[in-house]
Design a protein around this ligand. Structure first.
Ligand code: SAH
Length: 466
């Protein structure tokens, strides 16, 4: 192998300027090349002859001035004469890399022929000796790399962190990237849109993740509040791949049915008349299924990390050395906020938002109620439906103002959604029953900014004047 007199490298020009001295065909050739970059391209020439209008360049039709090289990363001189000489001398004095078109001896650098599949670039250089040969080689490489190749490279770049978090060994990651860049599905999808490409890349990632561990995998998936269109795309995709779907009672059938038809379905819910599983039994179940090599979708209502006992399941999976992934979902409180147009944080009214349990916190847990009552933030109380009046009484007993607005959303995010509104004192007095279904209780001043006009009133003092 011969030795190179030049060193090929990729030079950063983003945010910098590239100056071209000259206004003819040769300048235009350089413009074609450098406008592939995000640099600002400036042309300085006394006489502008070529048509630069198709390019995003700044054209100064005037003599060259030394100040033209301020903030300039690269200089091309594409004419002869006094301006050219001054530009060369200025560039050299300031150590700005210089290219003098067709005068190799005066060049600090040469421009290679470029195959542009941004961010993938192939540069072909003959060190200025045989540009024609370089262009020929370029044409061959162009033919080898389909135009969508750059998009795949961008896609791979955007997936780096996810791949690292899901595939833990170097060789397995390399296998994934190889599959990604050669997959016809990914290529076709990426040509349609970046999102379509990402989707196919994720499908491939799921496959690799489950292949790289023959002991199966558990996906803890948030199913959202109960409408199938509030499921994430990722949740839907993994449901389609699961061998077994293990779901809670609160996850509606509609969502469970989005899984593969031949997938086994196990309800671990606490429905009346059914055998219900203890948390320990659920932990054992998902570990066993995954150990049998199955892909397990553990479907939980809302978001799995919010009152979903995900902590216990995750620690059982970790202990058993089983791969897992968490897929977030729309939590009931967020669906309730959306249904009632309630901004749970609101400038000058509520600087924060608390998701808390209304249940399980006993009278003795004074700190829990004191913190909630005195926070001044918007509260979303889960699991509090059957004890709504007591909850209101506790908050007032711990210092919340009786006039604090309250909104209750039953069946948030579902067609049969029902809302109630009032304030803490009216909720204390209230003794009718709420509609069937799970409920979120909102408490706080920001609740009054929501759209509760059609709500059944908790009491006469409905805060919303419709
Ligand atoms: N992980 C779930 C919460 C499970 S705990 C989530 O993030 O939403 C169960 C409690 O969630 C219920 O008692 C109720 O307070 C609330 N909940 C679940 N689904 C709901 C819905 N569709 N509408 C209102 N509240 C709901």
């Amino acid at each position: 192998m011969g030795h190179l007199n030049t060193f090929p490298l990729s030079y950063k020009v983003r945010g910098l300027r590239i100056a071209i001295i000259g206004g003819g065909e040769e300048a235009l050739n350089k413009v074609r090349l450098v406008t592939k970059t995000t640099a600002m391209v400036v042309i300085i020439a006394r006489h502008v002859e070529a048509d630069f209008s198709p390019f995003d360049v700044l054209v100064h039709e005037r003599p060259f001035a030394e100040a033209d090289l301020d903030g300039v990363a690269l200089v091309f001189v594409a004419e002869e004469g006094a301006d050219a000489e001054l530009a060369k001398a200025t560039a050299r004095a300031r150590n700005i890399p210089l290219n003098v078109v067709d005068v190799p001896a005066e060049c600090d650098f040469y421009t290679p022929s470029i195959v542009d599949r941004a961010p993938l670039t192939v540069a072909i250089s003959s060190e200025g000796d045989a540009p024609v040969l370089a262009r020929l080689v370029r044409a061959r490489i162009e033919a080898m790399l389909p135009p969508g190749f750059g998009k795949i490279a961008r896609l791979a770049g955007g997936l780096r962190q996810r791949v690292e978090s899901l595939i833990h060994t170097g060789p397995a990651r390399r296998r994934y990237y190889e599959a990604l860049v050669t997959s016809p599905q990914v290529e076709a999808a990426v040509a349609l849109s970046p999102i379509a490409g990402r989707y196919e890349a994720e499908v491939l990632l799921d496959q690799h993740q489950s292949q790289s561990n023959s002991a199966g995998v558990v996906w803890l998936i948030g199913a959202g509040p109960g409408s199938e269109d509030l499921l994430t795309l990722r949740a839907q995709r993994l449901l389609q791949q699961a061998d077994v779907i293990v779901h809670d009672q609160l996850v509606p059938d509609l969502v469970v049915q989005m899984g593969r038809r031949d997938a086994e379905q196990i309800s671990v819910g606490k429905a009346k008349g059914h055998h219900s599983f203890s948390q320990a039994q659920i932990n054992t179940l998902i570990v066993r299924l995954a150990s049998e090599g199955k892909k397990v979708a553990r479907l939980k209502s809302g978001d799995p990390m919010i009152f979903g006992r995900a902590g216990e399941e995750i620690s059982a999976l970790r202990k058993a050395g089983i791969q897992y992934q968490i897929v977030p979902g729309v939590s009931a409180a967020m669906a309730a906020a959306a249904d009632t147009a309630t901004p749970v944080t609101l400038r000058k009214v509520s600087s924060g938002f608390i998701m808390a349990t209304a249940h399980g916190a006993e009278d003795s847990e004074l700190a829990h109620w004191a913190a909630l009552a005195q926070s001044g933030l918007t509260l979303a109380l889960y699991m509090g439906k059957s004890i709504a009046s007591e909850v209101a009484a506790r908050l007032v007993a711990h210092g919340a103002r009786p006039s604090t607005p309250v909104g209750i959303v039953v069946n948030a995010g579902r067609p049969q959604m029902t809302t109630y509104s009032g304030n803490l004192s009216s909720l204390i007095e209230w003794d009718a029953t709420l509609a069937d279904g799970p409920a979120i209780i909102f408490v706080g001043e920001a609740v009054a900014a929501g759209d509760w006009a059609n709500a059944a009133q908790i009491a006469a003092q409905n805060f919303k004047v419709a």
